[in-house]
Design a protein around this ligand. Structure first.
Ligand SMILES: [Cu+2]
Length: 162
């Protein structure tokens, strides 16, 4: 029994260190990549992109629903929820193609790898990241029924950092 618990704990630690390790490595690589400039990517001016999750009338959509980012630039994705219910910004594959610097929710800053964000009614979140890998990625809200109702989108990352 104790051995099994130890194994679980060991597995959790291993998983955690892998996630943390890859985040740090990716961050370093991005910061060290002088591909098209000599400036520090984590300190370059931020480009703000606002996305509304639903609206006051209760629409189930992302506005805009088509997002384009350029690899190597720093973005602040301003997620706003003015609707009466909570929504998710879920784009797992997209999250693997970027280096997340932080998520700021007004009072709380979370640093590290982020995969999806829940934005409560009347709340916002600012996701600051640098896209790294080009590709097309799906976006959806995972609240039951919302994806089916059309709360979906597409994200494209152009270019490549490495
Ligand atoms: Cu939703």
């Amino acid at each position: 029994m104790e051995r099994r618990v130890n194994r679980v704990v060991l597995g959790l630690l291993l998983g955690l260190s892998l996630i943390l390790g890859s985040w740090i490595l990716l961050g370093r690589a991005v910061l060290a990549a002088p591909a098209n400039s000599s400036i520090n990517l984590s300190k370059q001016p931020v480009i703000t992109v606002t996305v509304h999750l639903g609206d006051e009338a209760g629409a189930l959509n992302f506005e805009p629903s088509q997002l384009k980012f350029e690899a190597g630039r720093r973005y602040q994705l301003h997620l706003v929820n003015d609707s009466p219910t909570k929504h998710y910004f879920t784009a797992k594959d997209f999250a693997d193609g970027i280096w997340s610097q932080k998520v700021d929710t007004g009072g709380v800053e979370v640093k590290g790898a982020i995969h999806d964000i829940e934005v409560r009614s009347q709340a916002y979140a600012d996701w600051v990241f640098v896209p790294v890998r080009s590709g097309h990625y799906g976006l959806r809200c995972v609240v039951p029924g919302h994806t089916e109702a059309g709360m979906v989108g597409e994200i494209e990352i152009l270019g490549q950092v490495f």
